[in-house]
Design a protein around this ligand. Structure first.
Ligand SMILES: Cc1cc2nc3c(=O)[nH]c(=O)nc-3n(C[C@H](O)[C@H](O)[C@H](O)COP(=O)(O)O)c2cc1C
Length: 185
């Protein structure tokens, strides 16, 4: 299986990164091919609603930025591990810009292309206790699962993770994340 981890946190060694990396470490140990990308390092423009992706004239998107490298990776992945910190109750702005650019995965007839049947795992990390932001997992499940037709493996919801290294005091959560990767089928 080809597993693609996406980290939407500007803290390169923060909690989200640790959890996404743990999933991918487990997946690699089980023999899967893995790649982890922090999108906050990349040049990802916001969607400009030009509609070119609905004309059938281009493969993915008219904006010539780093999404051009990411689209094929997303399309080739069998499992996406999408990780974001909670910022103001939502995903980070970087993650939302990245996600808006998935507009191309609806074709000219507004049918979903490339994504249905892939698996996905979400990772969210918040300063507040985990229960406080189930709403973000629900939102992601609606769009990834119900709308884009990916298959949920697990929502990993990290809470009480204020400081960047707070995850180190929750080794059981890291172990759970690694196990989820190891058990991917
Ligand atoms: C701009 C900003 C907004 C935040 N908003 C929230 C929030 O709404 N709720 C919350 O519980 N934590 C919030 N936090 C805390 C982060 O979610 C928390 O520190 C998280 O672990 C960061 O993940 P990271 O280490 O992967 O960057 C916010 C942090 C920042 C910098």
């Amino acid at each position: 299986m080809n597993v693609l981890g996406i980290i939407g946190s500007p803290r390169k060694n923060g909690n989200t990164a640790a959890l996404v990396n743990a999933v991918c470490k487990g997946a690699a140990a089980a023999g899967h091919q893995t790649e982890v990308i922090n999108i906050t390092d990349l040049n990802i423009h916001d969607c400009v609603a030009c509609g070119t992706c609905k004309t059938g004239k281009i493969e993915y998107c008219a904006i010539n930025d780093d999404m051009q490298k990411l689209y094929p990776k997303i399309v080739e992945a069998d499992c996406l591990v999408l990780g974001t910190p909670v910022y103001m109750g939502q995903m980070t702005g970087q993650m939302k810009n990245f996600f808006d650019r998935w507009y191309t995965f609806m074709d000219a007839n507004y049918q979903i292309r490339y994504l249905p049947g892939k698996k996905y795992i979400t990772v969210t990390a918040s300063g507040a206790p985990a229960e406080a932001f189930q709403s973000l997992s629900d939102y992601l499940n609606h769009w990834l699962g119900s709308f884009f037709k990916l298959e949920l493996v697990k929502n990993i919801v990290g809470g009480s993770l204020g400081p960047a290294d707070a995850i180190n005091s929750q080794p059981e959560l890291l172990a759970m994340a690694e196990n989820i990767g190891r058990n991917l089928k």
